[in-house]
Design a protein around this ligand. Structure first.
Ligand code: ADP
Ligand code: MG
Length: 620
């Protein structure tokens, strides 16, 4: 072990770190080998940062040193030493970085440990618990580091996993970090080279810097990042592990897209569609965006210019040799390369989605339920994207309310002579099926898309036509009411004079609230429906205003009445202009507003309903 000088100082770990150490030391883990993955990933991070410094900053220590990792194991002494020529740490940095939990994964791990009462053996491998995972295998650890800043001094950090760590000076001439581990008695396997090589192949093969072992001159690892590795050489497991490591999502991704092209741009990309839209609380990815590398150097952690907004849920890495090496975010943006990259990547993701939609319907439904709203929003925001997105849309319909149908499915089922795609907009899938607007369509067996997601109203702004078919709101659709079906028990209509006088009474009571009251043959089961008068703004737009919370005025509509409905027949039987007749008229109007999802104050109906109940009981 390295000698440290006298001037030492003791620090206490932060409370959270103590908890973590306690769990790591006192439990048995079947996959504690992951500590090596964590240390190598830290070394690789440090080397990446070093490489970035070397491009942007000339004044660095050992500017000619090879960027590499070295592992030395001693079976007899039960020691393992990992050295990197990365960016190193100053005294302040080491106290900060190795005294508190930097990794959000570690915090997440603590939460789960609490939930599982410390039994974390099943999950530890999936989490990046970070540097501290070394204490699963270590009796004691000394970290010696020297920062790349030329004036820096070497520093030593020592801990046994108890509550404290000790900081001192150290002798270290070269830049980088050396981690000296004294292994626990039952962890001597990690001092055996063949075992270490195995672990490296399993978890860390794609680290982009050579990992040398002992005196060997050839690196142990493949040394190419996963996204630069050819597809045949990457296993499904490696794809998944890479995803989990970079996002800290615990679920497998829905799918991955691995892309290597030379034309029209040179590009490596490894993209993932997550299984869930919502990031977990401790996700490593705080924002949307892809990691952008040029020649293996990370230049942007969250690049948002590589995919359109509506694909912003896609995670992953893009790496291009064509980007200039001396990079700053500004030059990346302004180089004409970005739009080209974006086009290639967008096409690829869309093609993958189409592919899943076509060949794996089940999986596509999962995707749709999580991310459909992004696609709808894409149509709203950029109607020019609609052509690309439309085939990916999925709907429930009145005739197929439980399954998802595409617009192509709908079109394939069109009835003879039908020239429009009908839809109804409403608040939820159940109540929308009760809408009086559907009366006619039900009676004809015509299929209608059920648009009950708030985003649907926005989507409609960009979705007016699919192939040759206009989309038409059923509330506005012209229907041929002469086509009554046979199975419909045709009720007698109220005679015209009576019906007209009833209409007059409705007009008198509702007054300004409606633009007109009239009879309609398209109602079969419902008493009334609200239709749009021609002067009204588009009803879909009305809903958009409502969702946007804009000053919302209940639009004035035409109240259409069903001349054959029993309620209206009985209403005629009441004394004209009596209180009861009038409150029932009010109620018919309010109910129509309710099913429309337009009522501004639904609970205001309660007192009137009570009046009606009282009247009904009195009569009985
Ligand atoms: P994370 O890698 O997610 O940040 P870790 O617990 O693995 O969390 O590491 C904590 C911090 O310690 C790192 O962020 C880094 O600043 C520092 N660190 C760890 N290992 C090294 C290393 N080999 N070289 C330089 N800094 C390191
Ligand atoms: Mg780490």
């Amino acid at each position: 072990m390295s000698k440290t000088k006298e001037k030492t100082q003791q620090f206490s770990f932060k409370a959270e770190t103590k908890q973590l150490l306690n769990i790591l030391i006192h439990s048995l883990y079947k996959d504690r080998e992951v500590f090596l993955r964590e240390l190598l990933s830290n070394a690789s991070d440090a080397l990446n940062r070093m490489r970035f410094e070397m491009v942007t900053n000339k004044d660095v220590l050992d500017s000619n040193a090879e960027l590499k990792i070295h592992i030395k194991a001693d079976k007899d002494k039960r020691t393992l030493t990992i050295t990197d020529t990365g960016i190193g740490m100053t005294r302040d940095e080491i106290v900060e970085n190795l005294g508190t939990i930097a990794q959000s994964g570690a915090r997440n791990f603590l939460e789960i440990a609490k939930e599982k009462n410390g039994d974390v053996s099943q999950v530890i491998g999936q989490f990046g618990v970070g540097f501290y995972s070394v204490f699963m295998a270590a009796e004691s650890v000394r970290v010696i580091s020297r920062s790349f800043q030329p004036e820096g001094k070497a520093v030593s950090w020592y801990a046994t996993g108890e509550d404290n760590f000790i900081i001192g000076e150290a002798d270290m001439g070269e830049r980088g970090t050396r981690i000296e581990i004294k292994l626990k008695e039952d962890a001597s396997e990690f001092a055996e080279e063949f075992r270490l090589k195995n672990i490296i192949h399993k978890h860390s093969d794609y680290i982009g810097f050579p990992i040398y072992m002992g005196e060997e001159e050839k690196p142990v690892n493949k040394q190419t990042s996963l996204w630069r590795t050819s597809k045949q050489d990457v296993t499904e497991e490696q794809y998944k592990e890479f995803y989990k490591q970079t996002t800290l999502d615990f679920e497998d991704p829905l799918t991955h897209i691995h892309l290597v092209t030379d034309a029209p741009v040179q590009l490596y990309a490894l993209l993932y569609i997550p299984a869930k839209a919502e990031r977990n609380m401790f996700s490593l990815r705080k924002e949307d965006g892809l990691k952008l590398y040029t020649r293996n150097i990370l230049i942007d952690e969250y690049n948002k210019d590589l995919l359109p907004e509506f694909l912003r849920f896609v995670q992953g890495v893009v790496d291009s040799e064509d980007l200039p090496l001396n990079v700053s975010r500004e030059t990346v943006q302004s180089s004409g390369l970005m739009p080209k990259l974006k086009k290639v990547l967008t096409n690829q993701v869309m093609r993958e989605l189409e592919n899943i939609a076509k060949n794996k319907a089940e999986k596509y439904n999962e995707f749709w339920q999580e991310f459909g709203v992004y696609l709808k929003q894409g149509i709203a925001a950029n109607p020019s994207d609609a052509d690309a997105i439309n085939p990916l849309l999925r709907f429930k319909t009145n005739l197929n309310p439980e399954t998802w149908s595409s617009l192509d499915d709908y079109v394939a089922r069109l009835k003879d002579g039908q020239k429009e795609i009908f839809y109804i907009v409403g608040e939820d899938p159940k109540s929308v099926l009760r809408s009086p607007h559907l009366d006619y369509f039900h009676s004809q067996g015509t299929e209608v898309l059920l648009l009950t997601d708030p985003m649907d109203s926005f989507m409609l702004m960009g979705l007016r036509k699919y192939k040759d078919f206009e989309l038409k709101n059923v509330s506005q659709a012209e229907v041929d009411t002469s086509k009554k079906t046979d199975d419909q028990s045709v009720e007698e209509n109220i005679p015209d004079p009576d019906f007209n006088s009833l209409i007059e009474q409705f007009k008198k009571v509702l007054d300004e609230r409606v633009t007109d009251v009239r009879g309609s043959n398209r109602l079969t089961h419902s008493v009334a429906r609200l239709a749009d008068s021609d002067s009204n703004a588009n009803p879909d737009l009305q809903r958009v205003y409502k969702y946007l919370g804009k000053e919302y005025e209940v639009p004035k509509k035409v109240l259409e009445l069903n001349p054959s409905h029993t309620i209206l027949k009985n209403l005629l039987g009441l004394e004209r202009d009596s209180e009861l007749q009038n409150i029932i008229i009010e109620q018919i109007y309010d109910s129509a507003m309710l099913v429309e999802g337009l009522h501004p104050d639904p609970s205001s109906i309660a007192p009137r309903v009570q009046q009606i109940i009282e009247a009904a009981l009195k009569k009985g």
